[in-house]
Ligand binder design. Structure first.
Ligand code: ACO
Length: 350
């Protein structure tokens, strides 16, 4: 049994924040950001503004729910695939920023109107999430008899950005992207191979951990400790060592793609498109150079959206498919990398 990608969709918030807008919040400039990262704009969910972003925009406009974005992207993927929501038997939401700690995927399943109660759950693996979701979908289809699996990558890292840290707040945007992976005959198989890894040792370079001291102590009248009342735990803002993350990505991503190509019995020349997690144009360029792929075969849209974490690959894929760049039968080398640290690649046919 094989599996293939039969539809894609994406959605972004309407509110756009440019590099010039950010330079009103932190000491930075359009030139610094675009030269170092390739990013010029990002979209941000309106309802998640911190006070800093309010300094730029008084009136919040547009969507304020990540779940709504994910539903919109999923609906478009189902439309393109011409698959009825009732025929979906698994919804995988790849996100590190769910709107329910217990998982947001069932809310998406409900909003899509999937009446047969398909399994729906979240996968948390930061910017590698979508590749892991794709591989999970393939495993469910090949081994578990599943037929139509929705894989959604959606993140709102703006909720966890420290808007006073110019080294990280310039990078991120919010978005959702989705693909429909469908069972097919083996000869039509569209997921040739994959290669997945993680390294908890590297967590110190990129993390947003739970706050440890977020508790109120209830004291008795004589000062004795009566109990500890949890205040409502929360997570710290993204803490990142940009240089280390850059070095890590430029080192592991080409290795991983080479391994996946080898497993598929393919060579670099088989790649029609290199579609990496959109973190930084310099990372994308460094990987393309290592793989000796010309820029004409590299998909990049991060100038408009910044790093949208688990959404970046399906968002860029959707734009490339709808613009006619990626066509049926094209081979795509894709790779996600990021917090965890996690990384992974997959060789696909569209
Ligand atoms: N504007 C102006 N100056 C800045 C800015 C800014 N936005 N940010 C940092 N600087 C300054 C620093 O303070 C430093 O100044 P100094 O020399 O006076 O001390 C100087 O610029 C150089 O800073 P570096 O941090 O060394 O800059 P670098 O060239 O490494 O670029 C960047 C920083 C863009 C963050 C880069 O390291 C990068 O993109 N790394 C990859 C990060 C990434 O992709 N993370 C996401 C991973 S995916 C996930 O899972 C979330």
């Amino acid at each position: 049994r094989g599996c293939k990608l039969v539809g894609c969709g994406s959605a972004v918030p309407s509110l756009q924040i440019s590099n010039d807008d950010l330079s009103q919040i932190v000491d930075t400039s359009d030139e610094w950001i675009s030269v170092r990262t390739g990013i010029r704009n990002r979209r941000i969910l309106s309802g998640v503004f911190s006070f800093a972003v309010h300094m730029v925009y008084d009136a919040a406009a547009g969507k304020d729910s990540l779940t709504e974005l994910a539903v919109e992207a999923a609906k478009k993927a189902l439309q393109m695939a011409e698959v009825n929501p009732d025929d979906v038997d698994l919804v995988l939401l790849c996100t590190s920023t769910p709107e329910d700690l217990f998982g947001s995927a069932p809310q998406i399943q409900k909003a899509l109107g999937c009446k047969n109660n398909p399994l729906a759950y979240d996968i948390t693996a930061a910017c590698s999430g979508f590749v892991l979701g794709l591989v999970s979908a393939a495993c469910y289809i090949r081994g578990g008899g599943f037929k139509n699996v929705l894989v959604i990558g959606a993140d709102a890292l703006s909720r966890y950005v420290d808007w006073t840290d110019r080294g990280s707040c310039i990078l991120f945007g919010d978005a959702a992207g989705a693909v429909l992976v469908q069972a097919c005959d083996t000869e039509e198989d569209g997921l040739f191979s994959f290669d997945l890894h993680s390294d908890g040792e590297g967590q110190r370079h990129l993390k947003a951990t739970m706050k440890q001291n977020d508790k109120d102590h209830e004291l008795g009248t004589n000062g004795s400790l009566l109990g500890v009342l949890p205040k409502g735990s929360s997570y710290s803002c993204i803490q990142m060592n940009g240089k280390e993350v850059f070095r890590f990505a430029a080192r592991v991503v080409p290795q991983s793609i080479e391994l996946a190509l080898e497993k598929a019995g393919l060579t670099r020349s088989s790649i029609d498109w290199l579609l990496l997690h959109q973190a930084n144009q310099r990372i994308i360029d460094a990987v393309a150079t290592r793989l000796e792929l010309p820029s004409e075969r590299v998909i990049s849209n991060l100038a408009n959206y910044g790093n949208t974490s688990a959404a970046s690959i399906p968002l860029a894929l959707d734009e490339a498919v709808r613009s006619g760049k990626v066509q049926s039968g094209h081979t795509i080398a894709t790779a996600g990398f990021g917090a965890g640290l996690t990384w992974g690649s997959a060789i696909l046919r569209w």
